[in-house]
Design a protein. Structure first.
Length: 75
């Protein structure tokens, strides 16, 4: 039984590693948004829409990762 708990802990740790990548990706998206709005403020609405698309894609990946962690916890 202890072996199964150890394997689950390793699986949790491995499955949660991409969360750091999601955090870095979100930081890069919004840093690029601020920089691009500073260069061309007239395109602010277009740039914001594209940044929100990137945000949504990264958050979707985050939800998938958390669903996988939930499945590991159940089984």
């Amino acid at each position: 039984m202890v072996f199964i708990k150890a394997v689950k802990s390793l699986a949790f740790a491995t499955a949660l590693l991409p969360l750091g990548g999601c955090a870095v990706g979100l930081g890069l998206i919004f840093a690029a948004l601020l920089r691009s709005e500073a260069y061309s403020p007239e395109l602010s609405s277009v740039l914001f829409g594209r940044a929100m698309l990137g945000f949504a894609l990264i958050e979707t990946f985050l939800v998938v990762v958390l669903a996988i962690v939930g499945l590991i916890y159940i089984f």
